[in-house]
Design a protein around this ligand. Structure first.
Ligand SMILES: [Zn+2]
Ligand SMILES: [Zn+2]
Length: 391
């Protein structure tokens, strides 16, 4: 890579007489003869405009021997006695002849801003909003856990059985011949067998007949390929471009270094590939009628009661019938934890249901969240009120 360097001469402004844009080679103001000092921004040099894309200074480079020698002399120092600026390689003040002391300050300049500054060190600090959100989530989570623990703590309360309720249903089903339709390849002839005492039946597939062609579904058939194209973009090298950096030398001069670097451009190209094309075709198959047997409900009886002994409804069955029984039991319970509340038990078996009798005193384990966790007979005294506050 070709490297080019230039020395650019800066300019300064006299704060004594307000003369502006004095070349750096002048250590004294050409108008009022005051020496350039550190104070009043006199030694803050201006190097002119910078090209935004390349970082190149727009000002011409200097070829003047004296200027190049001054640029090479190192950073300026300021006289302790008269504050005048002096060449870095001189030991004596050009203005008052005082010697340079160990306490003499050297000129330090800020880095010159160029078009391509080094990427600013990004703050990697933890985002504050994330911190707050995290703390919030933790507090909320802790609160939920606390609430869950509190809610699961149980207390014992006295109660009693208020009422019992039962419902018994019997459904009579009959094994009946029905006509159905099915796909020929899914049908296998099987002889039907009638139930004995409602058991051992076989539905069967009999008299497969009347087969006709019907559409069963669709399928995708490849019919060839088609070229599909789209425009895409890629980055390609497209010549070189100049990139420059500038370093201030601390004495009114700046050294600019420029390189030619590979330039990348976006290029649009056409991306093509073959795609298989499909056509949707109907699929046909043979659909047939056949005979089989199904259980059909022909009758239903329901009996229900409160407090009394549960009974089953009577239903007569024929030789091809069967009976299906269903039982539902409810036991309503009241308990008091300050106010009177009700709770419903649903026993699954008749034996369990029969163990609950109206008026039986109970003890209930109830969690803080209001969930009844256990009901045991015995203990406790009867509740006073009959206020219902839900299950
Ligand atoms: Zn002046
Ligand atoms: Zn001096």
């Amino acid at each position: 890579m070709a490297k080019r360097t230039r020395i650019i001469e800066g300019t300064w402004n006299c704060t004594s007489c307000d003369t502006r844009d004095i070349l750096a080679r002048f250590r004294k103001c050409p108008t009022c003869n005051n020496p350039r000092e550190e104070s009043g921004q006199e030694s803050e040099f201006d190097f002119g405009a910078v090209d935004a894309r390349s970082g190149r200074l727009e000002r011409e480079g200097t070829r003047d021997e004296k200027a190049l020698s001054a640029a090479d002399a190192g950073a300026d120092w300021f006289c302790d006695y008269c504050q005048a600026s002096n060449r870095g390689d001189s030991a004596v003040c050009h203005h008052c002849r005082a010697e340079r002391s160990s306490t003499s300050r050297a000129l330090s300049e800020e880095e010159l801003r160029t078009a391509a500054p080094p990427p600013a060190a990004r703050k990697r600090s933890f985002p504050r909003w994330l911190l707050y959100t995290g703390v919030g989530v933790l507090v909320l989570f802790g609160g939920c856990v606390g609430l869950a623990i509190w809610g699961s703590i149980t207390h014992d309360f006295p109660g009693r059985v208020v009422s019992t309720e039962w419902t018994h249903s019997v459904r009579r089903q009959s094994f009946q011949r029905v006509k159905l339709e099915g796909w020929r390849d899914e049908l296998r002839a099987v002889a039907a067998r009638m139930p004995v005492n409602g058991q051992g039946e076989v539905a069967g597939v009999e008299n497969i007949r009347d087969c006709v062609s019907r559409q069963r579904g669709t399928r995708q058939v490849a019919v060839g390929t088609r070229e599909v194209c789209s425009n895409k973009t890629r980055s390609v090298a497209c010549g070189t471009e100049e990139k420059c950096t500038t370093k201030k030398l601390g004495n009114g001069y700046a050294q600019e270094t420029c390189h030619d670097v590979t330039k990348y451009c976006d290029e649009t190209y056409r991306d093509c590939h073959d795609e298989t094309q499909y056509r949707t075709e109907p699929v046909f198959a043979q659909k047939c009628a056949y005979d089989t047997y199904q259980w059909k409900q022909v009758d239903e009886r329901t009996l229900s009661g409160r407090e009394d002994a549960p009974r089953w409804p009577e239903l007569q069955t024929g030789p091809l019938d069967r009976l299906e029984r269903e039982a539902k039991y409810r036991v309503q319970v009241e308990y008091t934890d300050g106010t009177t509340k009700s709770h419903v038990l649903e026993p699954e078996t008749l034996a369990e249901f029969l163990s609950w009798k109206k008026g039986t005193p109970l003890s209930l384990k109830v969690s803080n969240s209001g969930k009844v966790q256990q009901v045991t007979p015995g203990g406790g005294k009867s509740p006073v009120g009959r206020e219902e506050t839900g299950r």
